[in-house]
Design a protein around this ligand. Structure first.
Ligand code: ATP
Ligand code: MG
Length: 634
């Protein structure tokens, strides 16, 4: 048996022993009495009786050994600023911030909503809340006021922390203004709002008695030391809302000890980050990837973490690689969307810088198609690891773990179940396990491992209902994704269980058809949706972005190209999966976290209202869909 297979097997068969070992990777103020309390399935309590604190593990613990080493490296290509904090400096800032928050009457268990751009103060605020045992909820900066208001009402924060503005692609986004709007809409607004004034929005409104200036408050606490509040391991550390690709976002509640242990273990065995090195996660702290691997993961590991405010292609498509080279980055984490953005740029940018210290590039968040995976790995000359996870889990579900064993990468596959996950592929019909190369629902036999969500915030029932009731007579956690395992044990994610098209009785995953379309060398990205059809039930429709626009420059060429794409699908999947049309666009509608909004495309194609668009990245993308549909029916 391979070393990793062994490791994984032990994590399931000798669960308590395995996790007790991993738990040594963090500091405990008081040791736990039991590894797991699973007396109330599916609710799991990890490291029962243990007292610990996330902020202590991310900051204080490192002072003795690496106080003068870098902890946070802030780089903004939006404002041209950069700032570096050593662990000692980070400790001082977090204490100041904790004192400021505490002075607002925030105590253990109170919620603090953080709505901030990617600036160091956002990280200070998260760590400060953790220090106090206050439950933070980071809401992705740039969500419109409506989305923000619904999260305020769900989390009911005592305090909000924001900034005057964020910057994106050189344009200012008025955060404070959005907060004012959201508070007006909310039923349960906070009593105070702290504003980090960056001087970008010169004329935001200030509400007397509610709005406070961070710089002023900080100045009153330059030397204040705030003691760490020790939490019992299963006490909540934070709430983070899912992306909302499939509907109303769920407030994922995370514990304290399990979260810290899972992150520490993943940093070692999966990401192969070593203390003193630098990690660069290109996500945003408002997404789970950034939350876990810009802030807590690397800091718990004693690494320096890069906080990047900016786009991947500004000032040019070499910016990330320049950052990697200049900061001696050894671990990098990004998304398939970003890889596809870079794929449309000159690959020479990837060779311009010395990336020899970079061990791996990890990608997660949505399906990584085989051609993009291959392109990225070959252009970069470094191993690119796809891994699959959810906001719910907080760390990877499927991944390779090069820290345990360097298993070969298969393009398009996130490899194997991460340690601790008893992962099964279950047939939708009878919940029996799918055989090799047979499609099944990706499911996890509970208890969920440490670090995974412990419940839906304020709604235990919704937790059980949503995730554990898909199969009658079988208590399993459903991911709502389809997967397949090949004969060598490699997994492939085939898309979401609700993204299924029924063509004349054949059930086809939109993701499978997208893969087939993408096999055409001129397709950069594509979205496939099922559209109601009188004859066949549903028909697939494709919306594709091409690499070389010259190939669709005239209506004739377009038709020709469309035909070629259809033939590619015929060859890959069979004529049954052939899209009724392939529409060419230059932009696809996505959530701000880079996920395709297939539901909205489908709605437009069926002449319905596109629904809640508060999470859309660029509304212009929907106009293109509308235009393409109109042109086709004209
Ligand atoms: P909601 O649950 O509110 O609809 P969401 O599922 O989009 O939102 P996230 O938790 O951000 O919210 O996304 C997790 C989902 O992203 C997974 O369930 C899966 O569909 C997709 N995903 C993540 N990583 C990968 C990957 N490596 N390969 C394929 N799909 C992935
Ligand atoms: Mg989801």
């Amino acid at each position: 048996m391979g070393a990793y297979q062994d490791f994984h097997k032990r994590s399931i068969d000798k669960r308590d022993e395995f996790w007790a070992e991993q738990a040594r990777l963090i500091d405990w103020h008081q040791p736990f009495e039991r590894v797991l309390d699973y007396s109330r399935p599916p609710f799991a309590k990890w490291f029962v009786g243990g007292l610990t604190n996330l902020c202590h593990n991310a900051v204080d613990r490192h002072l003795a050994e690496r106080g003068e080493q870098k902890a946070l490296i802030y780089i903004s290509t939006e404002t041209g600023q950069s700032r570096t904090y050593t662990y000692r400096e980070l400790h001082a800032e977090v204490n100041r911030c904790a004192a400021v928050i505490m002075a607002q009457g925030v105590a253990k268990g109170d919620r603090v909503l953080i709505y901030m751009p990617m600036i160091p103060e956002a990280v200070f605020a998260m760590l400060a809340c953790a220090r106090l045992g206050a439950i933070h909820s980071v809401v992705f900066g740039g969500f419109a006021s409506h989305s923000l208001a619904s999260r305020i009402d769900d989390a009911r924060p005592k305090l909000m922390i924001t900034a005057d503005a964020g910057m994106r692609g050189g344009k200012a986004i008025a955060y404070k203004h959005l907060v004012d709007e959201a508070i007006r809409l909310a039923q349960h607004p906070p009593h105070a709002v702290i504003i980090v004034n960056r001087g970008i929005d010169k004329d935001f409104a200030t509400v007397a008695g509610r709005d406070l200036d961070y710089a002023e408050l900080r100045a009153q606490h330059m030397d204040t030391q705030v003691p760490v509040t020790w939490l019992e391991s299963s006490e909540p550390s934070y709430i983070l809302y899912t992306s909302g690709t499939t509907g109303r976002p769920k407030g994922v509640q995370r514990d304290t000890g399990g979260h810290a242990v899972a992150l520490a273990a993943s940093m070692k065995h999966i990401y192969c980050g070593h203390p003193g090195e630098t990690m660069f996660t290109t996500s945003d702290i408002g997404w789970v990837v950034g939350h876990s691997y810009i802030v807590y993961g690397p800091l718990i590991r004693g690494m320096a973490s890069i906080l990047y405010e900016g786009l991947p292609i500004r000032p040019d498509a070499g910016i990330w690689w320049k950052i990697v080279a200049e900061n001696k980055v050894t671990v990098m984490f990004s998304s398939p969307t970003a890889a596809r953005v870079l794929k449309k740029q000159d690959p020479a940018y990837l060779r311009k810088y010395d990336l020899s210290l970079l061990r791996h590039l990890f990608l997660a968040g949505e399906p990584l198609d085989e051609p993009t995976h291959r392109w990225m790995a070959e252009s970069l000359g470094r191993p690119v690891i796809d891994h699959y996870w959810q906001t719910e889990t907080g760390w990877p579900i499927l991944t390779s773990a090069p820290g345990v064993e360097q298993t070969p990468v298969k393009y398009g596959s996130p490899s194997f179940p991460a340690f601790g996950y008893d992962l099964r592929l279950l047939r939708e019909t009878d919940a029996a396990e799918a055989g090799p190369n047979e499609k099944g629902v990706v499911a996890i036999v509970p208890p969920l491992p440490p670090g995974c969500m412990t419940t839906v915030w304020g709604d235990d029932e919704r937790f059980v209902e949503t995730y554990f009731t898909s199969f009658r007579d079988k208590l399993v956690y459903t991911t709502f994704d389809w997967g397949i395992r090949d004969a060598e044990g490699y997994h492939f994610i085939l898309g979401r269980t609700d993204d299924v098209i029924n063509v004349a009785g054949h059930r086809l995953g939109t993701r499978e058809i997208e893969e087939a379309v993408q096999a055409h060398p001129n397709i950069a990205e594509v979205a496939v949706v099922g559209v109601a059809d009188q004859l066949k039930g549903q028909m697939p429709l494709a919306f594709a972005v091409v690499k070389d626009a010259a190939r669709i420059a005239t209506p004739e060429l377009r038709r020709e190209h469309e035909k070629e794409v259809m033939e590619t699908v015929d060859k890959q999947l069979g004529a049954i999966a052939r899209p009724a049309h392939v529409h060419f666009v230059t932009l696809l509608p996505k959530t701000r976290s880079g996920k395709l909004l297939r539901r909205s495309i489908q709605a437009l194609a069926e002449g319905r209202d596109p629904g809640d668009l508060t999470t859309i990245e660029d509304p212009a993308a929907l106009d293109q869909i509308r235009a393409a549909l109109a042109a086709a029916s004209a």
